[in-house]
Design a protein around this ligand. Structure first.
Ligand code: UDP
Length: 240
């Protein structure tokens, strides 16, 4: 069982951009398969894994709001629907390698997935199933990072593991500044006051208020997802 590992239940946040990999398509099947394989190794160890998927690879509400009269709320609903597409893709990939997986959506789409029911989600996790939470929080004006923090608190997961395309949080943009330093440990305070672009303010303060640590790490490095879930040192740890 998971007793000997740092976390017994984790919330893995996979952004839409991470799912796109370096492909021109919206989703890179190599990425979804890599995620599935690594999640499989840790669920076999008894660690419970819930996932929140983003949708930015398909549609980001904030960048479309205003176009052709599209109001922000409508744009955000389209964005939330995009996360459902990613969730179903990821579920199919996981089940193809034998991981029992349930998708729960924040608004009803009962022909496609279960509605979000907290106690039911927890029961699935206890039975060793992976639960993918789709459609964010179900509300416009929020992000899937906030959904990750919220679901983490609701299901009593011990950590938000934020999978990105960079190694962690830097003191400057590593793409433009070769001397940018990777920061291994940060407080919530440092993240918010230095305006380090880790998560939006709503998400990070929700984590802070509920004492949920956040690990930011690179999912494109093989083995990193499993490492992060097992509680091994990887990327940046935010807490305290
Ligand atoms: N979204 C929303 N409410 C939520 C979560 C997401 O309205 O609770 C919408 C929003 O338009 C967002 C899009 O869904 O741009 C995709 O989510 P996000 O940008 O968080 O995905 P990621 O950046 O992780 O790919």
């Amino acid at each position: 069982n998971g007793q000997s590992y740092r976390w017994q239940r984790v919330l893995l946040k996979v952004s839409g951009e991470a799912l796109a990999g370096d492909q021109m398509q919206n989703i890179d099947p190599k990425v979804t398969m890599a995620i599935a394989r690594e999640v499989a190794t840790v669920t076999r160890l008894g660690i419970e894994v819930a996932i929140v998927v983003g949708g930015g690879n398909i549609f980001r509400g904030s960048s479309w709001a205003g176009c052709s009269g599209l109001d922000r709320s409508s744009a955000d609903y389209i964005g939330m629907l995009a996360t459902v597409m990613n969730a179903i893709f990821l579920q199919a990939t996981m089940e193809s390698i034998g991981i029992p997986t349930r998708v729960q959506t924040a608004f009803r789409m009962s022909e496609v997935a279960e509605p979000y029911i907290r106690r039911r989600a927890v029961r699935h996790l206890e039975k060793g199933r992976v639960v993918i939470f789709a459609a964010g929080t179900g509300n416009p004006f929020f992000t899937t990072d906030t959904a990750a923090a919220l679901r983490c608190a609701e299901i009593n997961a011990q950590v938000v593991l934020k999978a990105t395309n960079v190694d962690g949080v830097y003191d400057d943009d590593p793409r433009s500044n070769p001397n940018a330093r990777l920061l291994e440990d940060l407080t919530y305070q440092e993240v918010t006051s230095k305006d380090l672009s880790v998560m939006d303010m709503t998400a990070i303060t929700l984590c802070q208020e509920n004492n949920i640590p956040v690990v930011v790490f690179n999912l494109s490095k093989p083995g990193n997802i499993a490492k992060a879930i097992k509680g091994e040192k990887v990327g940046t740890l935010i807490g305290g």
